[in-house]
Design a protein around this ligand. Structure first.
Ligand SMILES: NC(=O)c1ccc[n+]([C@@H]2O[C@H](COP(=O)([O-])OP(=O)(O)OC[C@H]3O[C@@H](n4cnc5c(N)ncnc54)[C@H](OP(=O)(O)O)[C@@H]3O)[C@@H](O)[C@H]2O)c1
Length: 408
């Protein structure tokens, strides 16, 4: 039996206690029974089955030699960082769902874990319950990973799915998502895409073995999307999704998070509503797809508990993936080639020649219920060149990245 403590008894932390309680027999049968000895939180939880185990002082957990694993589900990069560091320095393994902390201090905390013969594990920090990190670090060790391409944020996927299916406005759907608990009161990290950007930074750091800072990744949220964008998506038999991508080349890692048009046959379109899907392209296996609940109490907690089991089953050893504190080589995203879709004011017939001259071979698209404008599908070009062209052009109403089929 391994004694553990949970730091933060909120959505994920209470889920950790529930997963351990519900699957206690199964987990014990696998040889690594877990027992929750303490729960650290700011509040008390009278009447809760774990209420008696709640403490408010971290030192009583740190100073208890029976505690071998801590599940950090507090969030933030202040106390969570200090507590994780102190625990690892004492040889206590830490399992976390805290992507912000992993992205910012993951390299350092993993190094401290190694120095102290314990583990810093963070499966739940990317893709909630989908075992993505274990897949990259254990399942694909014979592979050279060339590209990761995925829908990594459940809140925005819910919003985009609703806008697509119901033709609803962004503001209205966001309000509804907040009322249903799918979006936070302050939704900035989701709708401005900081959250999936941190997640792709973590995955890219694991693949490159060096730190990819999310702030160096081109990141565009979904707030500028309009009903008209979805009308064009329907016309093109495509869907708009917030896609985080990272491609690994000899020139470095090219990463970008932005709304994209995905053609109807894209495997990522299995992910609707709050679901996530990630496609990993590697050199021998080719494409492999990972799908599931990217957030939520039990899905996320399941990944945290999976890590706790791994840490408990391997005392004195350092498990999991990590990267060094050295900065990874990033490719200049302006040099990256891809396709685009651009919305332009005026009539397609009147502007076709001008538009073709600027963007080269492509084709115009008209959408139902969107008068006074048209769309143009731009074949592959360098991102920097595309952005320069639209900045210099009259009547550009919006654009999306879109790797369209070559022919209409
Ligand atoms: N919710 C999800 O679906 C999900 C999915 C993947 C990853 N995550 C990540 O998991 C982490 C936790 O998320 P959550 O949704 O479970 O958050 P949450 O519901 O707000 O839970 C956090 C808990 O930690 C407590 N806490 C905060 N600071 C503390 C401190 N200094 N000492 C003791 N307790 C403290 C909070 O207490 P108060 O409420 O009193 O402040 C709260 O009970 C975050 O990093 C989040 O990004 C969440």
């Amino acid at each position: 039996m391994t004694e553990i403590a949970i730091l933060g008894y909120g959505t994920v932390g209470s889920g950790v206690a529930e997963v351990i309680g519900t699957n206690a027999e199964l987990i014990a049968a696998r040889g690594c029974a877990l027992h929750v000895k303490y729960i650290l939180d700011l509040r008390d939880f009278p009447g809760d089955p774990y209420g008696e185990r709640v403490v408010h002082d971290f030192t009583c957990i740190l100073d208890d030699p029976e505690i071998k694993v801590i599940c950090e589900t507090m969030g933030g990069v202040g106390a969570a960082y200090q507590f994780s560091k102190q625990a690892l320095e004492k040889g206590i393994s830490v399992c976390t769902s805290n992507k912000e902390l992993v992205e910012l201090h993951g390299a350092e905390l993993s190094r401290i874990a190694k120095e102290n013969h314990c583990s810093y594990l963070f499966e739940a920090s990317v893709g909630g319950g989908i075992p993505l990190i274990r897949t990259i670090c254990q399942g694909l060790t014979a592979e050279k990973i060339e590209k990761i391409y995925g829908i990594l944020n459940g809140t925005t996927n819910y919003i985009l799915t609703k806008m697509d299916r119901e033709g609803a406005d962004f503001d209205a759907v966001l309000k509804e998502a907040q009322a249903n608990g799918y979006a936070e009161k302050d939704p900035t990290a989701d709708i401005e895409a900081h959250d999936p950007c941190r997640k792709i930074a973590i995955l890219a750091s694991l693949v490159t073995g060096k730190k990819v800072d999310w702030k160096n990744i081109r990141c565009e949220g979904i707030t500028k999307l309009e009903k008209a964008d979805f009308a064009y998506a329907w016309a093109l038999d495509a869907q708009i999704k917030l896609v985080a991508m990272s491609e690994f080349t000899e020139k470095g890692c090219y990463a970008c998070v932005s709304p994209r048009l995905l053609p109807a046959d894209s495997p990522l379109l299995c992910a609707q509503d709050v679901f996530n899907a990630v496609l990993i392209h590697s050199n021998m296996l080719d494409d492999s797809l990972y799908y599931g609940r990217g957030a939520g109490k039990l899905a996320t907690a399941s990944a945290v508990v999976g890590d706790a089991i791994e840490a408990a089953a391997n005392p004195g050893r350092t498990m999991g993936g990590s990267w060094s504190e050295e900065a990874a080589l990033l490719g200049d995203i302006d040099e990256y080639e891809q396709g685009y879709f651009v919305r332009l004011s005026g009539a397609a017939d009147a502007r076709r020649e001008e538009v073709q001259k600027v963007f080269g071979n492509g084709y115009t698209v008209e959408a139902k219920g969107v008068p006074g404008e048209f769309g143009y599908v731009v074949q592959k070009m360098r991102e920097g060149a595309f952005l320069e062209k639209i900045a210099a052009m009259e009547g550009v109403l919006g654009y999306l990245r879109y790797d369209a089929p070559a022919e209409k």
